[in-house]
Design a protein around this ligand. Structure first.
Ligand code: KIV
Ligand code: ZN
Length: 516
């Protein structure tokens, strides 16, 4: 493949994705996902927005230390302090990139920035030069580019190139553009911007009109060679361009887009999607393209008949090509460590020794209770095992009295910052009693916004999976937990959420924006 045909995948799940409601992750979760993104073969990982909080700074640093192959990128507004924070966070990175941005549309200049066009040009020049003083690889984004004056965009991008930027990003920040318009804009910029042949044009789309993927593909046809996207399309409001959809469109339709291709190991797409869902506790919709439960399910008789005769009749790609494992029974109580490790790696989970031991112990305990252990059960086990390391609260034993005669009463044991604690509480129901005991032991006053329980798999012995949405001040997090006893699953979910809140609380910056 010629270098000019290569489309770079810039993954922003950990930045634009993570800043959307309910998708926040703690350090262990971000690291777990970053390692998987490296296995998936993304070219650039946007790891966070270091000025936003101590937590973001710390996680960009940790990812920079650990992920060596992909470029690690940190976001910064054009303010000098932002760029400095990005540089500090990226210091340990093997291949650092600073991504600086400022809005360029008159709407933003007038109502948000209160700056003139000349001032914006000065900011671009100053910030890109500052970033180039720290690293060789600098990306510049013109926020709200698709609602900006095209001639002004040319000036902005020429300024960024002159100051040393090598990637120019053209964000559709509000999800406003259409495929033909975006195509024309990218063509126009490539033709008009002096020095455009020496830089990479990048696209960044939001899905407000459901056009993010279509717009992204149009931009690639127009010559953009970097796609900014997220796993499962998570992101601000209606989300960002879904990585799996763009990658599979390019792979399935080389006749339209080719020879444009990515370096993605497509068999890691499904494991990555499942890992993200289980970390944030947000499932993808069943009919979601590529990774939804029904994406390869043929229900109609005529379709089933056709697929049985020849898969090509109704299947434009195979489930194997995106790494979907069979949904059959996978493991049972006689399965050993080896089989367990193999199955985890097939699902895309690569645990360190300590995590593996914890997960294996839980697997054995589950297999003793439950005849058939399915992939979904394993995902729940892994998500328990890997989020443990940062946690302030550790759930111990629970016992409960409940029923149609008794007042629900729960006794809960927990470790709080290393100290063993135990209490008893009553509630209107068993879940309420357990949650009250936990709130008491952790001395927390968060508000429970949503409680949801599902069976992970079929069967009377299925594990219950509980998701809770909990709020403390402005911060909302989702916790999840699974167990064959739904009350224990509920307690695990609640403690998971409290650990996330605590993690954010400890790292909250005195000031600084929460997102873009
Ligand atoms: O949507 C947007 O404009 C962004 C920029 C920071 C690239 O996320
Ligand atoms: Zn964005």
């Amino acid at each position: 493949m010629r270098p000019e045909d290569r489309v770079l995948i810039f993954d922003t799940t950990l930045r634009d994705g993570e800043q959307s409601p309910g998708c926040s992750m703690n350090l262990a979760e971000k690291l777990q996902l970053a390692r998987q993104l490296a296995r998936l073969g993304v070219d650039i990982i946007e790891a966070g927005f270091p000025i936003a909080s101590e937590g973001d700074l710390e996680s960009v640093k940790a990812i920079s230390r650990e992920v060596r192959e992909p470029v690690v990128c940190a976001l910064a507004r054009t303010a000098a302090a932002d760029v400095e924070h990005a540089q500090e966070a990226l210091a340990p990175a093997a291949r650092p990139r600073i991504h600086t941005f400022i809005a360029t549309s008159d709407i933003h200049l007038e109502h948000k920035l209160r700056m003139s066009r000349e001032q914006v040009l000065e900011e671009v020049d100053r910030a890109v030069r500052q970033a180039r003083g720290y690293v060789d690889d600098v990306e510049f984004s013109a926020e709200d580019a698709t609602r900006s004056d095209w001639d002004f965009l040319v000036q902005v991008f020429e300024t960024a190139i002159a100051a040393g930027a090598s990637t120019l990003n053209v964000p559709d920040t509000t999800g406003y553009t259409t495929p033909t318009e975006y195509y024309d804009l990218i063509r126009f910029l490539k033709e008009q911007v002096r020095g455009s042949a020496e830089v990479t044009f990048s696209l960044h789309c939001h899905n407000d009109l459901g056009l993010a993927v279509a717009n992204s593909l149009a931009a690639i046809r127009a010559g953009a060679r970097q796609v900014e996207c997220t796993v499962n399309g998570i992101g601000e409001r209606a989300g960002n361009t879904a990585m799996e959809e763009v990658v599979m469109a390019l792979k399935t339709r080389p006749d339209v887009y080719g020879p444009a291709d990515t370096g993605i190991v497509t068999s890691e797409i499904y494991p990555t999607s499942r890992m993200l869902s289980s970390i944030i506790g947000v499932a993808v919709q069943p009919n979601k393209a590529i990774v939804g439960d029904n994406a390869f399910a043929h229900e109609a008789g005529i379709h089933q008949d056709g697929v049985l005769k020849a898969a090509i009749t109704y299947e434009i790609m195979t489930p194997q090509s995106i790494g979907r494992p069979s949904n059959e029974l996978v493991l049972g109580k006689h399965s050993g460590r080896h089989a367990f490790r193999d199955r985890l790696s097939e699902l895309g989970f690569h645990l360190d020794d300590e995590e593996f031991q914890r997960a294996f112990k839980q697997f054995k305990a589950l297999a003793d209770k439950k005849k058939s252990v399915f992939n979904e059960d394993l995902e729940a086990i892994v998500s328990d095992a890997v989020t443990y390391s940062d946690d302030v609260y550790d759930l111990g034993e629970i016992s409960l009295v409940s029923g149609s005669f008794a007042t629900p009463t729960a006794t809960v044991e927990m470790t709080v910052a290393g100290e063993r604690r135990k209490t008893t509480a009553m509630g209107v129901g068993p879940v309420d009693a357990v949650f009250k005991a936990i709130a008491d032991l952790t001395e927390t006053k968060s508000e429970l916004l949503r409680y949801q329980v599902n069976a992970i798999t079929g069967g009377m012995d299925a594990q219950g999976e509980v998701s809770v949405t909990v709020r403390d001040g402005e911060r909302k997090v989702i916790g999840h937990g699974a167990h064959t006893d739904v009350i224990v699953a509920s307690a695990k979910a609640y403690v998971h959420a409290l650990n996330k809140l605590e993690w954010h609380k400890q790292r909250r910056a005195e000031s600084g924006p929460r997102g873009i």
